[in-house]
Ligand binder design. Structure first.
Ligand SMILES: NC(=O)c1ccc[n+]([C@@H]2O[C@H](COP(=O)([O-])OP(=O)(O)OC[C@H]3O[C@@H](n4cnc5c(N)ncnc54)[C@H](O)[C@@H]3O)[C@@H](O)[C@H]2O)c1
Length: 360
């Protein structure tokens, strides 16, 4: 493999992947699950989505130690038709399972034009965008989503009713970059609330409600009390419900209050559900024509008049592609919390990061 010269606290993606693979191997995972999981998490870091990249590996391997995930289990098709499947993940390593099941959705799409794969008995799959992009890289439109334990209220409510249910889509283009959106359906990721709390700062209205269901700018009580708010009010709420229907109601996974947090020390199964959808563009329209039409759409957005003070308009995903370009040439500049998590992981499994060229 080509080696990359990196400086400062930057790490080469292949070194980070090798470290992660070895940590998973020591934890009992087979070669394929370790390799696929490392690809999901390291790619997510290269895109700059550090909250859901290799930072998550320590927690996932801790779930294996406590028995909430299984290092040796393998997902199994519970029911299927030519264009769809419902899969029991059997609590196998969620990023590896999700990687294979987006591939299954793509196989179904190759056969039928569109493929749907729903998953039950699973846990934390990381960033939804990775799986949507997998379809995008194969000239398909991809959608990926997941239901999560409740931490968000809904309009008119005050308690934690729904999860932050992430949803992502990706679509290929011609000479332009693929377009992809990868978002939680809550107003912000919980990490931003925790960061404000740690710094003793107030948060903007619209992120949290207090015990009464009234807007609060105080992050101090969350998550013990209060609840997050959906993005864009009823619109984020409505999308979170769609994610719940496709990932859980339809798949047999736990629904809302039935889902248990994967980060808490809770013996109960998480039972998150996922949904993966692939659309084989070439069966519906000549692929070149679709890509030319995507390029036209992208250029029209890029060429739109700018707001005063703005210097450019981004397409969804464009910020991440630019970060990935830099990470692949200069190395990944890992934030302090990711470094701390990787150091903890190294201690947990007895690895020396320096043996992987990682100066953590
Ligand atoms: N597995 C889970 O339990 C879980 C739960 C919640 C969130 N997540 C993940 O957390 C990550 C972060 O979610 P988030 O809601 O904080 O994301 P975010 O608010 O940072 O939004 C990111 C998305 O918005 C796009 N975007 C940002 N600024 C833009 C601009 N100016 N113009 C055009 N597009 C722009 C980005 O390209 C990207 O697609 C996601 O990867 C999500 O899948 C996972």
């Amino acid at each position: 493999m080509e080696t990359m010269a990196v400086s400062g606290m930057k790490v080469a993606p292949q070194d980070l992947a090798a470290f992660c693979i070895e940590a998973m191997r020591i934890s009992g995972l087979n070669e394929e699950d370790a390799r696929l999981t490392a690809e999901v998490l390291v790619t997510t870091d290269t895109l700059g989505t550090f909250t859901h990249g290799t930072r998550q590996l320590r927690g996932l391997l801790n779930n294996i130690r406590t028995g909430r995930l299984s290092a040796t289990a393998h997902e199994e098709i519970a029911a299927e038709g030519p264009a769809w499947a419902i899969v029991d993940a059997h609590y196998a390593m969620p990023p590896a399972v999700s990687y294979r099941l987006m591939e299954l959705a793509m196989q179904k799409a190759k056969a039928c034009g569109i493929g749907f794969v729903g998953v039950k008995h699973s846990s934390h799959f990381g960033a939804a965008g990775f799986y949507a992009n997998l379809a995008g890289q194969h000239d398909m439109i991809g959608l990926a989503m997941c239901n999560v334990d409740p931490c968000m209220t809904v309009p008119g409510g005050r308690s934690k009713i729904m999860g932050t249910n992430p949803i992502a889509y990706a679509a290929p283009a011609g000479t332009e970059r693929p377009v992809f959106l990868d978002i939680a359906t809550s107003a912000v990721a919980a990490t931003k609330i925790f960061a404000a709390r740690a710094l003793g700062k107030q948060i903007p209205k619209g992120w949290l409600v207090d015990d009464e269901g009234l807007p609060t700018t105080d992050p101090g009580q969350y998550p013990a009390r209060g609840a997050q708010l959906p993005m864009a009010g009823h619109k984020g709420y409505g999308l979170a419900v769609l994610v719940e229907i496709l990932s859980a109601v339809l798949t047999g996974a736990a629904i809302m209050s039935g889902v248990k947090s994967w980060v808490l020390d809770d013996p109960e199964p998480t039972d998150e559900g996922h949904a993966f959808i692939a659309i084989d563009i070439g069966q519906m329209m000549p692929l070149d024509e679709f890509k030319a039409r995507m390029d036209g759409m992208i250029r029209e957005i890029h060429a739109a008049p700018l707001a005063r003070g703005a210097d450019r308009i981004y397409l969804p995903g464009e910020i991440e592609w630019e970060k990935r370009d830099r990470a692949l040439t200069e190395g990944i500049a890992l934030p302090a919390d990711v470094i701390a998590s990787l150091r903890g992981l190294a201690e947990d499994v007895g690895l020396d990061p320096e043996e992987f060229n990682l100066k953590l």
